[in-house]
Structures are given as structure tokens and as C-alpha cells.
Design a protein around this ligand. Structure first.
Ligand SMILES: [Zn+2]
Ligand SMILES: [Zn+2]
Length: 86
């Protein structure tokens, strides 16, 4: 789940970054993604309406805008010991 800061980063910084749609096998710019009014945390491919939320979440873990962000709630938490990177 994204918090409001993370959504703001996606809108303000990541509009031209992309999520990947498995069905279209194409990258879709985050700005073009649709969202369900009933469930704004789900992100849908603008073309086929496939749910690309997982790709968006992967982006938030890879994007430097998120890496550079220092959320108060998270800096207090100790780093896990050198986890194997995926
Ligand atoms: Zn980004
Ligand atoms: Zn698609």
C-alpha cells in the first residue's frame, strides 16, 4: 500500500517513469495509468485494464526518488541485516 507521500512522489516525479503491463507486454507511463475509483491503490493498464499495481510497487522500490526520501516512520526502524537482494 502507498501512503500519501508515496502517491505524491508518483504523481510529481514519476509521471514519465513506467510500469510494465504483462498482458500488453509494454511499459506504460505512470501518468497514463487508470485507477479504480473504489480502490485508488490499484493501478490499471490504460489499454487493457490489467492490474499493474505490483509493477508500480516494484518501481517505488527501484526509483531513486523513493530511495532519496527519508520518511520519518521508516528511519527509526533498524535496517535488516544485509538481506540478499532480489
Ligand atoms: Zn520513479
Ligand atoms: Zn495492458
Amino acid at each position: 500500500m502507498l501512503d500519501s507521500d508515496e502517491r505524491a512522489i508518483l504523481f510529481l516525479c514519476c509521471g514519465n517513469h513506467v510500469a510494465f503491463c504483462d498482458v500488453c507486454e509494454r511499459e506504460r507511463p505512470i501518468l497514463t495509468l487508470r485507477r479504480r475509483p473504489s480502490d485508488p491503490d490499484r493501478w490499471l493498464c490504460p489499454r487493457c485494464r490489467h492490474d499493474v499495481t505490483e509493477s508500480v510497487l516494484q518501481h517505488t522500490r527501484a526509483c531513486r526518488y523513493f530511495a532519496e526520501r527519508k520518511p520519518l516512520g521508516k528511519v527509526m526502524r533498524p535496517e535488516p541485516p544485509a538481506a540478499a537482494s532480489a
